[in-house]
Design a protein around this ligand. Structure first.
Ligand code: HEM
Length: 458
C-alpha cells in the first residue's frame, strides 16, 4: 500500500482530483464547507465519494492528498521510516506557536514529546479523576431541576477548568474567564484565511494568542519569584526541570517551548473532550436500549461507591459497558476528523505517486465509518467492542508516534461525566439536529445538544 523510492520511478499516476482555480485551487470550496452547517469535513466527504480512497486537491497554495484506506493509514501513522512529519495549515501553526508539539519538525517533536510524556503518568490520571469528579459534581448540582441545559456549553466550561487546574493550578474565576475567552478566539481563528487585517478572525486570534502568552509569562515569573504558590501541576514539573538545566542534548524546555505547549495542551484537551461528551449524550438520547444497559451498570456501581467522596481510577475500571459507550461515541463522532502529515520523501500510496513536500491527510472519519471495517457503521452499538479477538483499527486518538498523549485522561473524564450524569439526572434531548459548528477545527454539534433534565430522587 505504501512504498518509498528515490527520484521519479515513473511507476503509477498521481491521485485523481481537481486542482481547482489557478493559485487558489479549491481553497474557496474548502472555506465554503467550513461555513456551512455540514462542517468542513463535507469538503472531504464529497471528494472521497467521487474519487475513492485516495484523492488530491490544492488548497492554500499547496497540494493536499486525502487517504482513507486502513492499511495506508496504519503505515503513514506508524511512520516507521520517519518519512512523514505532522503539518497543520499555516494559520494553525501561527496560532499555537512554532514551538508547539503540534507544529514542530520531526526531530524537535521527538524531543518535545520525550519531555512531556512523563506528565501523563498513571498518577496524573488518578489525580485528574479526583479533581474532575469534584468539578462535575459541583457543576451538576448547579443545574436547575426541570430546566434545560446545553451540554456543550457546560462540558466546555468544566473541561477547561480541569485542564487549567491540571496544567497550572488556575482556579480564580476571573482569571479563568479571561483565558477561556482568549482560547476560544484562538480556536475560532484556526481555520480562518490567514489574512492579518484588524477586523479579520485570524488577526483577532493572533491578538488573543499574544494575551495568553503574556499571561503565561507572568505566571511563570511569579512562580519563579515565589509570588505565586507552587503546586503539584504540569507547569511546576516543567519549571523544576527547566531550572535545573543540563547539557545541550539533555537540555530542558525553554520558556517559549513551555508556553506554546501549555497552550497546545489546553486546546488539545478541552475542546476535544467537551465535544466528545456532547456527542455521547446525543447518541445515548437516541438509543434507549443502550441507555438502559448503561444506567443499570452505573446505578449498581453508585451503590458501591456512595460512601466515598470521589470516584477513583479503580471505580472506572469497573465500568465495562460505559467504556464501550465512550469508545463507540468516539468512533462515531470522529471529533478529530483527519490527521495532517507532510511527505518528506517521494513515495507511492495506494499505487499513486506522491511527491516530497505534499501534504497527506489521513481521513480518519471515513475509516471509522467504513462498512468494511465496522459492521453497520452508522448504528450506535457499544457491543461491537465485546469481541476483543477481532480488534478493528480505532483512530479516535490517532496512532503511532503522534498518538494522543491525553487519551487516558480523556477517557477517564468521559467516564466520570457519564457516571455522574446518568446517576443524577434523567434527561431528554430537546433538539436532534446533527449540524456541526462553523469554523470549528474539531467536530462540534452546532446546537450544543440541549437537554431537559429531571433530578433522580434517591
Ligand atoms: C476525547 C478527547 C480527545 C480526542 C478525541 C483527542 C484526539 C487526538 C488525536 C486524534 C490526536 C493525534 C492527531 C494526529 O495524529 O494528527 C491527538 C494528539 C494530541 N492530544 Fe488528544 N485528544 C483528546 C483529548 C486530549 C487531552 C485530554 C489531552 C491532554 C492535554 C490531549 C493532548 C494531546 C496532545 C498533546 C496531542 C499531540 C501529540 C503529538 O503530536 O505528539 N488530548 N489527540
Amino acid at each position: 500500500m505504501l512504498q518509498f523510492h528515490d527520484g521519479d520511478s515513473g511507476a503509477g499516476h498521481i491521485p485523481p482530483g481537481s486542482r481547482g482555480l489557478p493559485l487558489i485551487g479549491e481553497t474557496l470550496h474548502f472555506m465554503a464547507a467550513i461555513n456551512s452547517g455540514k462542517g468542513f469535513y463535507d469538503f472531504v466527504r464529497i471528494r472521497s465519494r467521487r474519487y475513492g480512497h485516495c484523492f488530491k486537491t490544492n488548497m492554500f497554495g499547496e497540494t493536499h492528498v486525502f487517504v482513507s484506506s486502513t492499511e495506508s493509514a496504519k503505515a503513514i501513522l506508524n511512520n516507521e521510516l520517519g518519512k512523514f512529519t505532522k503539518r497543520y495549515i499555516m494559520s494553525i501553526a501561527r496560532l499555537v506557536g512554532d514551538q508547539s508539539l503540534l507544529c514542530a519538525s520531526y526531530q524537535h517533536h521527538k524531543f518535545l514529546r520525550s519531555r512531556l510524556l512523563h506528565l501523563f503518568s498513571a498518577s496524573s490520571v488518578a489525580l485528574l479523576v479526583k479533581q474532575f469528579d469534584n468539578l462535575i459534581v459541583n457543576t451538576l448540582s448547579g443545574w436547575e431541576d426541570g430546566g434545560t441545559v446545553v451540554i456543550l456549553k457546560e462540558a466546555s466550561k468544566v473541561t477547561f477548568k480541569a485542564m487549567c487546574r491540571m496544567l497550572m493550578s488556575l482556579e480564580r474565576e476571573t482569571e479563568l474567564e479571561m483565558l477561556l475567552e482568549d482560547v476560544a478566539q484562538v480556536c475560532e481563528a484556526m481555520l480562518a484565511f490567514p489574512l492579518r487585517l484588524p477586523w479579520t478572525r485570524f488577526h483577532m486570534g493572533l491578538q488573543a494568542r499574544k494575551r495568553i502568552m503574556s499571561r503565561l509569562e507572568k505566571i511563570i515569573s511569579e512562580r519563579r519569584s515565589g509570588l505565586r504558590d507552587s503546586h503539584e501541576d504540569f507547569l511546576q514539573h516543567l519549571l523544576a526541570e527547566h531550572d535545573n538545566s543540563g547539557s545541550d542534548e539533555n537540555r530542558k524546555l525553554t520558556d517559549a517551548e513551555i508556553q506554546d505547549n501549555i497552550l497546545t495542551m489546553i486546546i488539545a484537551g478541552q475542546d476535544t473532550t467537551a465535544s466528545a461528551m456532547t456527542w455521547m449524550v446525543k447518541y445515548l438520547g437516541e438509543n434507549e436500549e443502550v441507555f438502559d444497559t448503561l444506567k443499570a451498570e452505573q446505578i449498581h456501581l453508585a451503590k458501591k461507591t456512595s460512601k466515598k467522596p470521589f470516584l477513583t481510577v479503580e471505580d472506572l475500571s469497573e465500568m465495562d459497558y460505559a467504556s464501550k459507550v465512550v469508545k463507540e461515541s468516539l468512533r462515531m463522532a470522529s471529533v478529530v476528523p483527519w490527521f495532517p502529515r507532510l511527505v518528506l520523501q517521494d513515495c507511492q500510496i495506494e499505487g499513486y505517486n506522491i511527491k516530497k513536500g505534499w501534504n497527506v491527510n489521513i481521513d480518519a472519519r471515513s475509516i471509522q465509518l467504513d462498512p468494511m471495517v465496522y459492521n453497520d457503521p452508522n448504528k450506535f452499538n457499544p457491543r461491537r467492542f465485546d469481541d476483543e479477538s477481532r480488534p478493528c483499527i480505532f483512530l479516535a486518538f490517532g496512532m503511532g508516534g503522534r498518538a494522543c498523549l491525553g487519551m487516558n485522561m480523556a477517557k477517564a473524564m468521559m467516564l466520570v461525566f457519564l457516571h455522574r450524569l446518568v446517576t443524577t439526572y434523567n434527561w431528554k434531548v430537546m433538539d436532534s439536529d446533527s449540524s456541526v459548528e462553523k469554523w470549528a477545527l474539531f467536530s462540534r454539534l452546532r446546537n450544543g445538544c440541549p437537554i431537559h433534565v429531571k433530578r433522580i430522587t434517591p
